[in-house]
Every structure is written in C-alpha cells, then in structure tokens.
Ligand binder design. Structure first.
Ligand SMILES: C[S@@+](CC[C@H](N)C(=O)[O-])C[C@H]1O[C@@H](n2cnc3c(N)ncnc32)[C@H](O)[C@@H]1O
Length: 314
C-alpha cells in the first residue's frame, strides 16, 4: 500500500483489549485499517470485526488491506454515532471489544484537496466524509464573530481568539478566504507571526475549525452514550484521543457518576453508585519516546481502556 498512516499505540491497544479467539470486535475509526488488521490477527480464525469510517477513501483502502480476512471483516461507511444500527445489522452485539482512534488520518491530512492542512494549498473543506455536511468555507460563511470566538477558544484554546475571529471574518467579507493557505495567512498575521509560538500559529485554529465542521465532540458523546449497551460484561473498550476535550469526555464516561449532593451531612457515607465501566487505565497511556520520534503525529495521543461491568457491578 502506497498510502501510509502509522497506527498509534498499536501494541497498547491490542494488549488493552485482551483479544480472545472467536470474539466480536468493533473498530469505530477504521482509517487505513491498522488497528482493525491487528485485531483480526489476534482474535483467531472465527473472530469477527466490524469497522466503520465516514471517509470513503479510507474505506476503499481498508477494504483492500483487510480483503484476505474474507467475511470475518465487515467494513461500513458511516458515522460511529450510528454504531447501534451497524452493529445490530451485522449481528455483532454483544461486542467483546471496541477501539476508537479519534481525529484525522495522515491520508486526510496529507491530501491537499481535502483542505485539512495549513501547510498545503487546498480548498477550505475539512470534512472527513467529503459527501456530507457543510465544508469549512460554508460553515465560516454562516458564522458570526461570537460563534467563531467560541469555536476557536473551546475547540482549539487559540491565543487571542477575538483578534483571530475578527481577522477571519473580515477576510471572508472581502472575499479573501478561499483556500487553506489564505486562512493560515490570515490567522498567522492576527496572532502575530511564527516567532511567538513553537508550533505554527494556525495549528490550533485549524484544529478548532475541523472539530466544528465534523461535529467531533457530538459524535464522541453519542458513541460513549450507546457503547455500554452494546458491549458484553467483561468486554473492553480502548479509546485514543488527541486533545483534552476528547480525553475529558472519555475519562468522565469511564468514571463512576458523581454522588448525589446531600442537603445535610449523613452519619454514613452515601452508597457509591457504579457506572457501566471500570477504568483499567487510571492515567492515560501515552506513546513512548521511540514512537513519537518515528511518528511525531502520535505525540498528543492518550489511550484509556475500560472494562464493561456486569449486572452486579462485577
Ligand atoms: C486516526 S484515523 C484512524 C486510523 C486507524 N486506526 C488506522 O490504524 O489506520 C481516524 C479515522 O476516523 C475517522 N472518523 C473520525 N470521526 C469519525 C466518526 N464520527 N465516524 C466515523 N469515522 C470517523 C476518520 O475519517 C479517520 O479515517
């Protein structure tokens, strides 16, 4: 395969899932199929995998890569928020294990015409599923300055979000915002040039706009809501996130619900309410220095693993 996407934390995901022979597995973010392939190799000759991705280019490449597993691999194009529909339709419930490796792939980042990269001149698109929803250009056309400030601040922790938002809005209104390079230049000028930050000044703003275009946090919230109903007791979930907002949602979902606030102090502690998941990783697993050196895009990855509790919280 010519297109390369180095799968992040591959061994750690496989170890975290404790694959078993004949198990049923789900890869929510198939991409180029690296995690899918490792799972299929590790779950014996009758183990099965359902892999989902919203990107038809990724699906096509993954189908080629996983073809030799025959009908043990089911690959569907769609959003992982619709996982219940896909898992039920392919007879995969209850699942023994799930992986989600969030964010974008190198395939998407490196292809200029997908519009994800400020390093490459391309249209302002940024959709992971290029047939669905508004492009970045269309979204920016609809936003007012307040919305854009919120997106830049909340999804990218961008420095000087107001200056950036105002500069982007005026470039848009003057018709100067048609390509990724134009957007990157506007942001760079508003933030004050490259010397002030170790990373390119447009990095965080591009991330923020991409998250908004693809409704990434809503997708993750919906996935986390439904997963506990699809995974068998004792089944495992491994989620790799790439920024703090995603990691916070995963950490919360894998934790126990906060105790009800008590109007006055009780003589005994209120009983602890257990959630559906028991976290295996109290702290997230991060890539080794060796992995980061060979794949710099892995540097912000955080992996959390949890086990589905049984009916008695076992
Ligand atoms: C980091 S890549 C996955 C790489 C893959 N694990 C591998 O080893 O090749 C993330 C993939 O998830 C897909 N994706 C992100 N959000 C999605 C969603 N809500 N529904 C379906 N696919 C999604 C992207 O299109 C992208 O291909």
């Amino acid at each position: 395969m010519d297109t390369i996407h180095a799968s992040v934390l591959l061994d750690e995901v496989v170890q975290g899932l404790l694959l078993k022979d004949g198990g049923r597995y789900l890869d929510c973010t198939c991409g180029l199929g690296g995690h899918s392939e490792a799972i299929l190799e590790g779950c014996g000759p009758t183990g099965r995998l359902l892999a989902i991705d919203r990107d038809p280019d990724a699906i096509q490449l993954a189908r080629g890569r996983l073809a030799h597993f025959g009908d043990r691999a089911e690959i569907v194009e769609g959003n992982f928020s619709d996982v219940r529909t896909y898992a039920e339709a392919t007879d995969m419930v209850p699942l023994d294990g799930v992986v989600a490796d969030l964010g974008v792939s190198s395939l998407q980042l490196d292809d200029a015409k997908r519009g994800f990269s400020f390093m490459r001149e391309g249209p302002l698109d940024m959709r992971m599923g290029p047939k669905v929803g508004a492009t970045a250009a269309e979204m920016l056309e609809e936003l007012d300055v307040k919305d854009l400030i919120r997106i830049l601040r909340d999804f990218g922790e961008v420095n000087r979000p107001r200056q950036v938002a105002e500069a982007v809005m005026s470039a848009r209104d003057e018709g100067r915002l048609n390509t990724t390079a134009e957007l990157a230049e506007v942001i760079e000028r508003a933030i004050g040039g490259r010397k002030t930050t170790p990373i390119h000044p447009a990095t965080r703003a591009f991330q923020a706009i991409r998250i908004a275009v693809n409704r990434e946090l809503e997708e993750l919230e919906k996935l986390l809501e439904v997963l506990s109903e699809l995974v068998a007791p004792g089944g495992r979930v491994a989620i790799i996130s790439f920024h703090s907002l995603e990691d916070r949602l995963v950490k919360q979902a894998f934790g126990d619900p906060a105790p009800e606030p008590q109007p006055f102090k009780l003589p005994v502690e209120p009983e602890r309410v257990l959630g559906p998941w028991e976290a295996v990783t109290k702290k997230p697993i991060v890539p080794s220095a060796k992995e980061v050196a060979s794949n710099p895009r892995s540097r912000s990855a955080k992996l959390r693993v949890a086990i589905r509790r049984g009916p008695e919280g076992a």
